[in-house]
Design a protein around this ligand. Structure first.
Ligand SMILES: [Zn+2]
Length: 206
């Protein structure tokens, strides 16, 4: 298999994949979208919220904010050394404390890990009027897009080349805080791990 990058920026990567088959291309597409882990808000503790928006709505909006993070630094909470209790190796706190009148933006969230921050600081969360306050602790953790769309890493699509059914033109657009090149690489790693596990299980069958 050969990969040739044809277009690349912070959010988008286009490449051609040669000498592959449709099963592999489709597996890559699916894994890039819903199996590459990303970081998103999962729990929110509200200390104060007398805005016009219910806690649930604010929490939902917080969940949809793409977060930039270093994937090497985080474990899945259920696979972590803390055995699912939650610790600094699997969770990060994002704190907001704002008084109206103002609009609270994603950029107002203060993170306990300086390497974790909203991919876009300008995402509006809620508007506060005079006398309204928002004070909360949000906890973000790793997840996969197959569990909830808020963890989706990318939108990925491919098309066949004319006259060559072993060549695919891919477009990968990151919708998370991860770079598209990382998403492609991670997806390939995940396929490799799956193949390895399959080989191991096959040995037991023999
Ligand atoms: Zn942990």
């Amino acid at each position: 298999m050969k990969i040739k990058i044809t277009e690349q920026d912070d959010k988008k990567l286009a490449f051609t994949l040669e000498d592959a088959d449709v099963t592999f291309a489709n597996a890559m597409r699916r894994i890039m979208m819903v199996e590459v882990p990303t970081l998103a808000v999962e729990f929110v503790d509200f200390h104060e919220n007398n805005s016009a928006m219910y806690d649930e709505v604010v929490a939902h909006r917080l969940g949809l904010i793409p977060l930039v993070f270093d994937p090497k630094m985080y474990n899945f909470t259920e696979e972590c050394v803390c055995e699912g209790k939650g610790c600094s190796q699997c969770q990060v706190y994002l704190v907001a404390d704002k008084k109206g009148p103002c609009v609270v933006y994603s950029g107002d969230l203060k993170s306990t890990d300086e390497n974790v921050k909203p991919a876009d600081p300008g995402f509006p969360i809620v508007e506060l009027l005079e006398g309204q306050n928002l004070k909360l602790d949000a906890i973000a953790q790793l997840g996969k897009g197959e569990a909830h769309i808020k963890w989706q890493a990318a939108i990925a699509a491919y098309k066949y080349s004319k006259n060559n059914d072993t060549k695919f033109g891919f477009i990968v657009e990151s919708v998370s805080g991860l770079e598209p090149a990382y998403i492609v690489q991670k997806a390939a790693e995940i396929i490799e791990t799956k193949a390895e596990q399959f080989r191991e299980q096959l040995k037991e069958v023999k």
